[in-house]
Design a binder for this molecule. Structure first.
Ligand SMILES: [Fe+2]
Ligand SMILES: [Fe+2]
Length: 137
C-alpha cells in the first residue's frame, strides 16, 4: 500500500491559482496510487490519462505566468515539464510489474519539482511587479 501524498504548507508558492492546481495534481496522483493498490489495471491507466491531461493544463498555466513575468527559468521549466509528460506517457504503457516503481518516481518528481524549480520561479514572480491576469486561459 503506497502512502498518500498530502498537501503541506511547505508546498505553497503563495500564488493561489498555482497552489490550487498543485493541490489537485497531488489528488490525481493519489487516485492513480489508489487504483494501483487495488491492482485495477484499467483504472490505473485511466487515472494516469486524467493526470496527464491535468499536468498539461497546469504546465501551460505555469509557463504562461513565467512568460508574462519574463522569468529566465522558463526554458528550464518547459524542458522539465515536457520530460514529465513523457514519463506519464511511459507510465500509462507500463506493465503492471513496473507500475509501482514508475508511479513512485512520478510522485517524488512532482514534490521535488514544486519544492525546487517552482519555488525558485515563485520567488521571481513575487519579486517582479508583473500582474498576471486572472483567470488564465
Ligand atoms: Fe513547474
Ligand atoms: Fe507546477
Amino acid at each position: 500500500m503506497s502512502e498518500r501524498y498530502v498537501w503541506k504548507e511547505a508546498f505553497a508558492l503563495g500564488i493561489p491559482e498555482l497552489d490550487a492546481e498543485h493541490h489537485a495534481f497531488l489528488d490525481l496522483l493519489n487516485s492513480v496510487a489508489e487504483a494501483a493498490d487495488r491492482a485495477e489495471s484499467e483504472k490505473m491507466r485511466l487515472a494516469v490519462s486524467d493526470l496527464r491531461t491535468y499536468a498539461q493544463i497546469h504546465f501551460a498555466h505555469e509557463e504562461q505566468f513565467l512568460k508574462v513575468a519574463a522569468c529566465p527559468e522558463l526554458p528550464r521549466q518547459q524542458v522539465e515539464h515536457a520530460l514529465y509528460v513523457e514519463r506519464l506517457n511511459e507510465l500509462e504503457q507500463m506493465p503492471d510489474a513496473g507500475f509501482h516503481a514508475a508511479l513512485e518516481f512520478a510522485r517524488s518528481w512532482l514534490v521535488d519539482h514544486i519544492l525546487g524549480s517552482d519555488k525558485q520561479c515563485a520567488a521571481w514572480l513575487h519579486a517582479s511587479d508583473v500582474q498576471v491576469p486572472y483567470p488564465l486561459t
